[in-house]
Design a protein around this ligand. Structure first.
Ligand code: NAP
Length: 271
């Protein structure tokens, strides 16, 4: 029941029409009996949207492509981890003061916990070095995995990311590798590029046949649920993980920041 006491939360981005966030949050608000609604806004001018958020008293929001970095200049406070990552996906409005967080990396780690997979002893290859890759690689460095190797079209961007991680976690084994030099020496391979995402579902970032059957293949894309990258790996008998668990976990972590650590989580099943 929407009434005068209903709290509003929302997603800001562009495009946002395919986002699953309204479904996830509204379902979980209802499950927890919280009088709140979650909307999505296709935003063309972020500055105006932020003014609107404050004026309307919107209590929190998520931020997605292309504004995860642009939002930084409108925030009053930034969580230390989000500051290191340099990108924000969650903002809490505390009486007009906007505080930024990044739950993508921790949401990614949670998806392994859910499956009982230990990450500490793993050699990990990350394809891409954009915002999601930054969140994931900082999270992995924070739990001291065996090694992180990054490959990216733009080499300088990958090297910058490696430097930024080293400043914060100097004990982590970090490497850059050119795509053509990738060999079978990774326990987990993660695609953080949009290659293979709807509508370009015919494409994949790399062939999974390079890797042994033991290698876990993770694609953070969730539209489609099974990318060509994952389909090939599955056909080769490898364990595959799609982006839905990460999406769900980062959303729940946002809700915990906005509301309470003790929220229940609706048993979502995505078809
Ligand atoms: P981003 O900041 O724009 O970064 C994109 C990365 O992909 C960059 O490293 C870019 O390389 C690379 N890339 C893009 N197109 C490429 C191409 N054609 N060939 C080679 N490399 C290419 O984007 P993002 O925010 O990190 O998001 C990336 C993907 O992750 C999207 O599909 C998004 O939907 C997904 N995502 C999923 C979740 C989840 O919860 N499951 C959360 C966040 C993001 P250059 O540096 O060379 O340009």
């Amino acid at each position: 029941m929407i009434d005068s006491k209903t709290s509003t939360y929302c997603l800001l981005g562009s495009p946002i029409s395919k986002s699953l966030s309204p479904h996830i949050h509204n379902t979980n608000f209802k499950y927890n009996d919280i009088n709140a609604v979650y909307l999505s806004f296709d935003v063309k001018c972020l500055k105006s949207a932020v003014i609107g958020i404050k004026e309307l008293g919107i209590k929190g929001f998520n931020i997605t492509i292309p504004y995860k970095e642009d939002i930084l200049k409108y925030l009053d406070e930034i969580d230390p981890l989000a500051k290191k990552i340099g990108a924000i996906n969650t903002v809490k409005n505390v009486g007009g003061k906007l505080i930024g967080f990044n739950t993508d990396g921790l949401g990614f780690l949670e998806s392994f916990k859910d499956k009982g997979i230990e990450l500490k002893d793993k050699n990990i290859l990350i394809i891409g070095s954009g915002g999601a890759s930054r969140a994931i690689s900082f999270a992995l460095a924070g739990i001291d995995v065996k090694s992180i190797t990054i490959t990216n079209r733009n080499k300088d961007k990958a090297l910058n990311l490696i430097e930024d991680i080293k400043k914060n976690y100097n004990h982590t084994n970090l490497y850059f590798i050119k795509k053509e030099n990738i060999k079978d020496r990774y326990d987990i391979v993660i695609n953080t590029t949009p290659i293979g995402m709807f509508p370009n579902t015919y494409d994949k970032p790399i062939s999974t046949s390079i890797f042994s059957k033991k290698t876990i293949i993770y694609d953070i894309i969730y539209k489609p649920k099974e990318t060509l990258f994952l389909r090939q790996a599955k056909e080769e008998g490898k364990l595959t993980i799609n982006g839905l668990d990460m999406l769900l976990n980062q959303a729940i972590l946002s809700e915990k920041i906005w509301m309470s650590e003790n929220l229940k989580i609706y048993p979502f099943i995505f078809k």
